[in-house]
Design a protein around this ligand. Structure first.
Ligand code: C5P
Length: 345
């Protein structure tokens, strides 16, 4: 409409300004809302990211994948890291990705001498009837959020460290095997959100904690089903818990493909296979935005000692070559040097 009077022109200007402000506000909310985008793979998020990249000023560089000062998955921080890091291999095994590639099966079945892989589909289908077939989403890839994780190994170097409060201040606290907190809170904290274990290292969990099973053999998957249902399986290569106290709905299964990827790309075939601690650490590196590492490092005799007990002769792995403790420690130090994790010693 053509305006002659100054009143009419002012009204038109206000209307235009109002429309521009409303559009700007909508765009701002869309770009920053932590609730609208739960994963970087959903169509909605891809559309949002594409629009956001068009909106970005020229020369501003790629958009940060999270809202931390530095995000682990951010590229061009470390070329050493970028060469090895693969975000497409899923850390968890679910009913949807349970068809484990043949070359992964071949490697994984040999780790602890599982003999007949033809039972695998049947074992998995039974297991996913007892535990949730699709695990929870970690919602990484949200540009508005900074998801922090503390990975707590079992090293005796935690004793007297007073890291407890710092560990508990993370969004997620990952522990493993026989880890204890009661009586050690000042040094190791009291919260646990995820507990990594295998049948021979299994402990009962409080409600609400995610049990993350690391399967080293076929029998471990069978054990998970049995320990949460019938309690039939009592023996692997040693006596194991026939029942486990854990929230069935929160059980997660470590993906053998992801396991092999860590062995190939990160520990580079040092040791027969990576330790629980390294597997848990790389799990965190692939699902969290920021990772702090506590409780890794042998004692002065080279033993993997624990903060809650005197196990002076825990150096068996060094002798057998199952894990390469020295290479693994050097790897954590390198990750810290490259600015990818914070390593507390
Ligand atoms: O001894 P355990 O296997 O339960 O410890 C869990 C993990 O913590 C190990 O797999 C290892 O990666 C790490 N650890 C360590 N130094 C120790 C004890 C454990 O690095 N002294």
């Amino acid at each position: 409409m053509y305006c002659k009077s100054s009143l009419c022109k002012t009204m038109q200007r206000r209307k235009r300004l109002g429309l521009i402000s409303a559009f700007g506000l909508m765009l701002f909310l869309w770009k920053t809302s932590p609730y609208t985008c739960t994963g970087h793979l959903t169509l909605h998020c891809r559309v949002r990211d594409t629009v956001a990249s068009l909106w970005r000023a020229e020369g501003e560089g790629p958009r940060k994948p999270c809202n931390c000062e530095v995000c682990i998955s951010q590229q061009n921080v470390s070329s050493w890291f970028d060469e090895r890091y693969n975000s497409t291999i899923e850390p968890l095994l679910t009913a949807e990705n349970q068809d484990i590639p043949v070359q992964v099966q071949h490697w994984w079945l040999k780790l602890q001498g599982s003999n007949n892989g033809s039972y695998l589909p049947d074992i998995l289908s039974k297991m996913f009837k007892v535990i949730p077939p699709v695990s929870h989403s970690w919602a990484r890839g949200n540009a508005a959020r900074c998801q922090t994780c503390a990975v707590v190994g079992n090293s005796g170097n935690l004793k007297g460290s007073k890291h407890g409060q710092r560990i508990d201040s993370h969004n997620f606290v990952l522990r493993m095997n026989g880890a204890k907190t009661a009586g050690f809170e000042e040094d190791v904290g009291s919260r646990t959100t995820h507990h990594f274990m295998y049948p021979e290292s299994a402990v009962n969990l409080q409600p609400g904690i995610h049990l993350v099973l690391i399967p080293f053999k076929l029998l471990d998957l069978k054990w998970m089903t049995s320990a949460l249902s019938t309690g039939d399986l009592r023996f692997t290569y040693m006596k194991v818990k026939s029942f486990i106290q854990a929230d069935k709905d929160k059980v997660l299964i470590f993906n053998p493909s992801f396991f092999k990827y860590i062995h190939d790309k990160w520990t580079s075939h040092h040791g027969k296979y990576p330790s629980t601690g390294i597997l848990a650490l790389f799990f965190a590196i692939h699902v969290c935005d920021k990772v702090s590492v506590f409780g890794y490092g042998a004692d002065s005799f080279g033993s993997w000692h624990h903060y809650w007990e005197k196990n002076r002769f825990a150096s068996a792995f060094r002798k057998t070559g199952v894990h390469n403790a020295d290479f693994e420690l050097a790897l954590i130090k390198r990750l810290a040097q490259e600015g990818k994790v914070t390593f507390y010693t």
